[in-house]
Design a protein around this ligand. Structure first.
Ligand code: ADE
Ligand code: ZN
Length: 330
């Protein structure tokens, strides 16, 4: 099956992590910044492991020096996503990389990102929402500043709040205040957990941060009681199989728990995380899931309807997304 045009919803995409390496190299050239050490000879991103990936990621973002760069980035990312059939994307946006968490500066970056999103909707029919994302290894105090940016710009475009970064740094309770701030501003909540930190991190995130979705969450499979809880509470997992395999959370897709979680009744969705870093696309994720687990069009429709139900968007957009997913003829 050719999955490229199959309509897809993506709930877990880091905007900077989706930056095409050629765009980052071009911006570095324009600004006379030397970041050649983060690229492989074939022009891809180069890193050793997850923790080095986080460093290379931050080095790549150093060329994104202002709102105009983020407008170009957003345009490039949405064009690429739309080319892979993505009709709705939730992008993680980091005020840390957009003016250093200053609310006034963040508003300017956000304005530029929204302009690109409006243009992409008109040009490619892709819908975007932003999930403001604190970075765990920057600590709880900075997460509060990020949450303030989220509070101040919550609305029809900024609809969620979340956290990424090094799951082994600190404890979810260090971030409870920031998540409370975001919840009080009416934002929907998700956090990365159970990618590296085990099932305990997922449980602690549910208990402490009271999130309705979990980024990754795949290590929940190691704890039967937690799997039961995810099913009972209807927690949605933003699963990124290619990311997990590329980073070595699982040796290969055969060992990946996405199908076991789904079969147990957990609500799973499919995303790419940071596609050029992990040499993946949404089309490739679908091809791989078909090849390894035999997922067919009916299965992917089901998964996309889960994503539509879990999307942090308004009801009118949700209904339109559902309709597109349901009416697609293979
Ligand atoms: N930031 C970007 N990608 C990430 C990932 N896979 N895990 C945690 N933080 C991230
Ligand atoms: Zn992620």
């Amino acid at each position: 099956m050719n999955w490229q045009d199959f309509p897809k919803l993506e709930l877990h995409l880091h905007l900077e992590g989706a930056a095409p390496p050629a765009l980052i190299r071009q911006m570095a050239f324009e600004k006379k910044l030397d970041i050649s050490n983060i690229f492989t000879p074939d022009g891809g991103y180069d890193y050793r492991d997850f923790w080095h990936f986080l460093e290379v990621y931050e080095a790549a973002t150093s060329v994104l020096t202002g709102p105009e760069e983020f407008k170009r980035l957003t345009a490039a990312v949405l064009e690429e996503s739309a080319a892979h059939g993505v009709i709705y994307t939730e992008a993680f946006l980091s005020p840390d990389f957009c003016g250093g968490r200053d609310v006034g500066a963040w508003r300017e970056y956000l304005h530029a990102i929204r302009e690109a999103a409006d243009e992409a909707r008109a040009a490619h029919g892709i819908e975007m929402r932003g999930v403001i994302t604190a970075i765990r290894h920057f600590g709880g105090d900075l997460a509060r500043e990020t949450a303030l940016c989220a509070q101040e710009t919550a609305g029809d475009f900024i609809t969620g709040f979340g956290m990424g970064g090094d799951e082994k740094a600190g404890h979810p309770k260090d971030f409870a205040y920031a998540f409370d701030m975001a919840r009080e501003a009416g934002l929907r909540l998700t956090t990365h957990a159970g990618e590296w930190g085990g099932a305990d991190e997922v449980r602690a995130s549910l208990d402490t941060l009271k999130v309705e979705r979990i980024g990754h969450g795949v290590q929940s499979i190691d704890d039967a009681a937690l799997v039961e809880r995810l099913v009972r509470e209807g927690t949605v997992l933003e699963v990124c199989p290619g990311s997990n395999v590329f980073l070595g959370v699982y040796p290969d897709l055969t060992a990946h728990p996405i199908e076991r979680l789904r079969a147990a009744g957990v609500k799973v969705t499919v995303s790419t995380d940071d596609p050029p870093f992990f040499r993946t696309t949404m089309t490739k994720e679908y091809e791989d899931l078909e090849r390894v687990f035999g997922w067919d069009a009916a299965r992917f429709t089901e998964v996309n309807l889960v994503a539509a139900e879990a999307a942090f968007c308004d009801e009118e957009t949700r209904a339109a997304l559902r309709k597109t997913v349901e009416n697609f003829n293979v």
